[in-house]
Ligand binder design. Structure first.
Ligand SMILES: Nc1ncnc2c1ncn2[C@@H]1O[C@H](COP(=O)(O)OP(=O)(O)OP(=O)(O)O)[C@@H](O)[C@H]1O
Length: 604
């Protein structure tokens, strides 16, 4: 952290010819303890403090006198790029509470108070706790409990020891992608000393580790085979997320005894290919989505992901609810993939897409010669196809009452008769159902069997609409852009700030699906490296025009810009229910800058 990240910016300056009354008024208005004094060229020549005011009063001066004889020419100065450690050292040595931050021409850039330093310290402590937690998550067997703040140092030493006995290379970066922790194995793997690596941007030290991507998307990736430093390695990456914010990432590189593992991996891949072939032959869709592919930094959604992963281990029926496009299908596949049934088929039926008269044979199959035009030899239904695996009943709210009764019977008896057959078939199938309708309401008006509802609703996961987790928008954008670049052979690097703003504040009635479609359209139209407003569909472009009353006052660009800033900050504060740290993060500006703007626009 540098001085530039901690100081209070844009403080007013006094001139020696200003009166004492002016000096006192500016101090009071800005709630500051001291103000820089500058000469005609704007260069720092001293500091005017509250003590100077008291001295003047004691001397019984007239407030119309100038501050020339009262300000202090001995002023503690700090340069803007001074590192935190040096500032801390100097702050301990001086009794002065305020320093002036200057550039190399002695022009004033801001002031630095001990309060600023305490706030910066809090920030550092928060980050340290996050890093400790991340490394704990990355250790398969280590148990580290962070208790009290005073134990942190001891823990840090323990942590380094634990990291150093691991034979994998472990590296931790902060939200800026700078290395904050690295173990001995990693240093020896890269042939560098810890002191030459720490605090450097990750890509300067380790090519190809892709932790920057983890910081952008929040996606964990496990056991990917990659070549790093010319060696084949197994790499795992994990984001460090705290209160919906990605604050860092951990990378683990296994680089020893890889050849043996590679052999096993290749044999497994071959078996997987064969299995896939058989699965396709029996007509089921091979599920390949895992929880790792579900992008979210929202704490409630992350909790849902964890709970669904736990529920996957059992056999109970699961009901997924939530608006269209929130990821119910994705969750269903991930649950199957995380369950002991993952080797079995994952069969999906969209209950809204199959005509009612065909649903029964679609579900239960039919016997040879069951009806005119039926396939010779009969046909297996989805229940039989899903035997040993998972049957995903999408849009269950659209199923007819007649079929609902039949489904309930299968769920209770675990057996059914194909259409036109008297022979009963036993099946072992786990049911996951999904709907964007309120089944309980439907049950109340007799459109859905309430006994089926309770039978399905053993475990319920209600997915959150994208509008209520807007912090997920940008990580999703990064993941989708990566995929779309691949599909369309493009090299879009990201989205402009203006587009970020629009995407952030849009209400997303179509949820993640709508976001994905918007990006697909934009990638098709984009000409530059970044997606711009004009690449967005018209209905989103319209939202960028902020209502302003300035037309009456003439077309003043500065006023219009200020209004846009003010409105955007207002929206961010409403969105975050007044949480200023959250709002600052959302807007991509520092907290002190946000406070400054709030005061300037009178938004308190
Ligand atoms: N958290 C997520 N991370 C990555 N992709 C997502 C996420 N949520 C949804 N998607 C993607 O968005 C699209 C819509 O998701 P999905 O089909 O699972 O939604 P749904 O809730 O089942 O919708 P519907 O009710 O209309 O069937 C899919 O392309 C899916 O891969």
């Amino acid at each position: 952290m540098l001085m530039g990240d901690m100081m209070t910016r844009e403080v007013p300056c006094l001139h020696p010819h200003d009166t004492l009354r002016q000096g006192v008024t500016v101090l009071r208005r800005n709630k500051l303890d001291a103000l820089p004094v500058v000469d005609e060229e704007g260069c720092l020549i001293g500091i005017f403090t509250k003590s100077n005011v008291l001295d003047a009063f004691l001397a019984g001066v007239d407030l119309r006198e100038t501050i020339a004889g009262y300000f202090n020419p001995q002023v503690v100065t700090v340069e803007v790029n001074t590192p935190y450690e040096v500032i801390e050292q100097r702050a301990k040595q001086t009794s002065v509470g305020t320093g002036v931050v200057i550039d190399d021409e002695r022009k004033v850039l801001g002031i630095f108070t001990k309060i600023d330093m305490i706030l910066a310290l809090f920030h550092e402590t928060e980050q340290m706790a996050g890093k400790l937690n991340a490394v704990y998550q990355a250790m398969p067997n280590g148990l580290i409990v962070v208790e009290e703040l005073e134990a942190t140092k001891r823990l840090y030493e323990t942590l380094l020891t634990v990291m150093n006995i691991a034979y994998e290379a472990i590296v931790v970066v902060d939200s800026q992608g700078k290395i904050t922790l690295i173990n001995e194995a990693a240093c020896s793997f890269f042939g560098k000393k810890e002191k030459d690596i720490l605090h450097r941007p990750i890509e300067e030290v380790i090519e190809n580790i892709r932790l920057r991507r983890t910081l952008k998307t929040g996606l964990a990736e496990t056991n990917e085979i990659q070549v790093i430093q010319g060696k084949t390695c197994i790499v795992s990456r994990s984001p460090i997320v705290r209160q919906g914010k990605i604050i860092g990432a951990v990378g683990k590189i296994v680089y020893q005894k890889i050849e043996e593992a590679k052999d096993v991996a290749e044999r497994l891949a071959q078996m997987d290919r064969e299995l896939q072939l058989y699965k396709e032959k029996v007509g089921s869709i091979p599920a390949s989505v895992t929880f790792n592919q579900i992008v979210t930094v929202n704490p409630a959604m992350r909790r849902l992901k964890k709970e669904a992963e736990m529920a996957a281990r059992g056999n109970s029926t699961i009901l997924l609810t939530g608006a269209s496009g929130t990821g119910k299908g994705l969750f269903a596949e991930a649950i199957h993939q995380a369950s002991p049934r993952r080797k079995g088929p994952f069969v999906k039926v969209n209950c809204a897409a199959v005509p009612d008269n065909l649903l029964e044979s679609e579900f239960f199959g039919y016997a040879n010669g069951a009806f005119t035009g039926a396939q010779r030899g009969g046909k297996l239904g989805k229940f039989a196809l899903a035997h040993g695996g998972t049957l995903f009943l999408d849009e269950i709210g659209d199923m007819s009452l007649n079929l609902q009764s039949k489904l309930l019977r299968v769920l209770e008896d675990k057996s059914f008769e194909p259409v036109g057959s008297n022979e009963s078939l036993n099946v072992d199938v786990r049911i996951i159902a999904a709907t964007n309708q309120d089944l309980l309401k439907k049950a109340e008006v007799g459109e859905f069997r309430s006994d089926l509802y309770y039978r399905l609703n053993v475990i319920n996961f209600h997915l959150i609409p994208l509008q209520r987790r807007s912090e997920d928008v940008i990580p999703l954008v990064h993941v989708f852009l990566e995929r779309l670049n691949q599909d369309f052979g493009k090299k879009i690097k990201g989205v402009s700030i203006a587009v970020q703003r629009v995407l952030h504040f849009h209400r997303w009635p179509g949820n993640v699906r709508e976001l994905r479609n918007v990006l697909e359209r934009a990638v098709n139209f984009a000409e530059g490296d970044f997606l711009e407003i004009e690449d967005l569909p018209f209905y989103l472009r319209e939202q960028t025009i902020e209502p302003t009353t300035d037309y009456e006052k003439g077309w003043n660009l500065e006023i219009a810009r200020r209004n846009l800033d003010k409105n955007t900050i207002k929206k961010a504060l409403t969105e975050t229910k007044g949480n200023k740290s959250e709002a600052a993060r959302m807007l991509g500006i520092s907290r002190s800058w946000l406070y400054e703007k709030i005061q300037r626009f009178d938004l308190t």
